[in-house]
Design a protein around this ligand. Structure first.
Ligand SMILES: [Zn+2]
Length: 436
């Protein structure tokens, strides 16, 4: 029994969807061309006009947009930059990125834009099976960071009940989950597993709770087999991943029919995959960088936005009935984190998938890339707990699995608990020491 928020739209034949998308695209580009000085400037510099976009494929004529351009624009045009199609008084919501690399980016939404973003989130949640009967708990701090705000409002759009668990300790949150009959948990997979561990320490087994669905963002959970299995075991529930970015909104989700790929919300986005070196659009099925144009947030649009995420986009006949294409394996890695050693392309996440199953709850991995002047080398740090003799076996096995599965020779080191770099609750999975 699969839930689809709007079957007419989500299961539409691709050629019908393309007609709708072209109409939305043209209307939106025309609005932007009139009053959005950020994109007017970009298109003028490229010698292009929106009238050059006559069919969907013409979108590729327009210049790409980098996050760095938005940041530079806000620095040059305080406070909120010039990617604003409407007067400032029309904006309702403020969010900002955490700024893990350099400056943070502010993002404003009009009422229309935020409603659109909420609908995308609701579509993703319905695909996971969330209904008006659910009670959703959000165990995260409600900051200007946009993560989970979309789900908070999307849940209400579906008629579900939402509980904001910000500013509470993990124990208070567990008590609220158990005391209120919570059925859906929305957080990172790392925090979900941490929560389950703390609950067990306090004598509560969350697998016995009414929780039936977990909604994950920020890092892959459901798409990484060993993490999915851990979450299923700890909660007796099914995890779902969805992808979202401050600059574009929630754009891809896992449906109930799969565990290996995410559907792109193609009714609301135009997805392209480019070769990050040449910026050329690649044919379907080839790995490249995901570029997104959103079709419902014209007050603060992202047009041909480079996500930095490396993906494989494919057409499939999915058992769920949706015609949205899929990102096979989700996000395979970041464009700037691709490791190329002796002609082999690897992402840190792939190493994590190989060594992850060797680790126990609370043990972590990190990939460090170095250069000795002649060539790049990879070190995998494993933060292990327990006996040293056992650590030696795990280290050897991790190196062997990398060789067998990825054809990659890596140095594996066991490091003491707590020694891998963290940024808040997030583990720094990749450390690039090549430039330093
Ligand atoms: Zn599907």
């Amino acid at each position: 029994l699969m839930t689809i928020l709007n079957p007419k739209i989500e299961c539409a034949p691709p050629e019908v969807r393309d007609r709708w998308r072209l109409k939305k695209l043209k209307e939106g580009l025309n609005r932007v061309a009139v009053s959005n000085s950020f994109y007017r400037r970009k298109w003028h510099q490229a010698g292009l006009s929106v009238d050059d976009v006559r069919q969907l494929a013409d979108l590729a004529l327009l210049p790409l947009t980098e996050k760095a351009e938005f940041i530079a624009d806000q620095a040059e045009n305080p406070i909120f930059g010039t990617n604003l199609t409407e007067p400032l008084a029309n904006y309702r919501r403020y969010h900002q990125t955490t700024g893990t690399t350099g400056q943070s980016l502010k993002w404003l939404d009009s009422e229309e834009g935020w409603k659109w973003r909420t609908r995308c989130a609701a579509m993703a949640m319905a695909a996971a099976g969330v209904t008006e009967h659910d009670i959703i708990f959000f165990p995260f701090s409600f900051s200007p960071h946009s993560a989970f705000w979309g789900l908070f409002d999307g849940g209400q759009m579906l008629g579900a009940m939402v509980i904001a668990g910000g500013g509470w300790s993990t124990e208070q949150r567990i008590n609220s989950i158990l005391g209120n009959g919570v059925t859906v948990l929305a957080c990172t997979p790392t925090y979900a597993l941490h929560m389950a561990r703390v609950a067990l320490e306090k004598g509560h087994d969350l697998a016995q709770s009414p929780i039936r669905i977990l909604l994950h963002s920020g890092e892959p959970g459901a798409l990484v087999p060993h993490i999915r299995k851990r979450i299923e075991k700890a909660f007796g529930a099914r995890p779902f991943d969805y992808l979202g970015m401050t600059e574009v909104g929630a754009h891809s989700f896992l449906c109930e029919a799969r565990v290996d790929a995410l559907h792109v919300i193609e009714s609301e986005f135009i997805a392209e995959v480019i070769d990050p070196a040449t910026n050329r659009v690649l044919p379907e099925g080839q790995m490249g960088e995901l570029v997104l144009t959103n079709l419902g947030r014209w007050a603060s649009p992202a047009i041909r936005f480079r996500t930095g995420d490396m993906v494989v986009l494919k057409s499939v006949l999915c058992d769920c009935g949706r015609t949205f294409r899929i990102l096979e394996g989700g996000v395979l890695g970041r464009r700037d984190q691709m490791i190329i050693i002796r002609g082999i392309n690897v992402f840190p996440e792939m190493i994590g998938e190989v060594v992850g199953p060797l680790l126990k709850e609370g043990e972590e991995w990190q990939v460090v890339l170095e250069n000795d002047g002649a060539q790049d080398s990879v070190t995998v740090n494993l933060e292990l707990q327990g006996a040293t003799e056992k650590a030696e076996d795990i280290v050897k096995e991790a190196a062997r699995l990398c060789k067998v599965n990825l054809e990659l020779t890596v140095k594996v080191s066991a490091v003491p608990p707590g020694s891998i770099d963290r940024k808040g609750a997030k583990i720094l999975r990749f450390k690039d020491m090549r430039a330093t």
